[in-house]
Write a protein that binds this ligand. Sequence first.
Ligand SMILES: [Zn+2]
Ligand SMILES: [Zn+2]
Length: 79
Amino acid sequence: MAVCEVCGNDYDKSFEVVTAGNRHTFDSFECAIHLLAPVCEHCGCKIVGHGIEVQGRWYCCAHCARHREGEGVAVDDRV
Ligand SMILES: [Zn+2]
Ligand SMILES: [Zn+2]
């Protein structure tokens, strides 16, 4: 049994995620995404798939990255 650190739910099927050496406990992917997913710098949505990182800034898709960084940005669109 472990308590979700986002919503406080005490759930027997909770799971742990280790990211950059920090251990987190969640009861659902929704809570994990809420805490861990980066947010698109352009449209503000949670990035749950393969986001795009441009010099430390995260975007949900190449469209958003180009919109904010300019057409010249080298974007590897893996989405
Ligand atoms: Zn939760
Ligand atoms: Zn976006």
